[in-house]
Design a protein. Sequence first.
Length: 139
Amino acid sequence: MENCIFCQIVAGTIPAAKVYEDEQVVAFLDITQVTPGHTLIIPKQHVRNLLDMPDTTASTLFANVPKIARALTKATGAQGINLVNNNEEAAGQTVFHAHLHLLPRLGHQDGLTIDFTTNEPNFPALAELAQTISQEVSQ
Ligand code: 5GP
Ligand code: ZN
């Protein structure tokens, strides 16, 4: 797609530090390097994000994650990896060509904080919400 920076990386019209490429996907270092080795993996096909991604594209994209995650841990000496994916502006998406962030973790002082707030469980509310969502999943 014209004006899409990641399509331009796929086409090779702008440079990227690629770590993996095949017919369907490409993985390259994120220019901001939130942690050392911060890598993006994208489908070559232009898709906005997970919310409009065909299942077959998702299968191919996610199937490539484990080997790249393993390579990143070996190459950087990371003790762990976070997989982060932002869908739409409300979730922090800034480039509207689907991508997964692989973030090697190099200890608690590596500059990345991902905080999950813990709430007291409300079991009836959970059951009601699960029912609503499961109806949507089956549509
Ligand atoms: P988002 O916020 O959409 O999940 O993440 C977009 C990511 O793309 C950001 O982490 C940003 O640093 C990265 N990025 C934006 N433009 C370029 C570029 O031209 N080259 C590379 N390698 N990464 C980019
Ligand atoms: Zn694109």
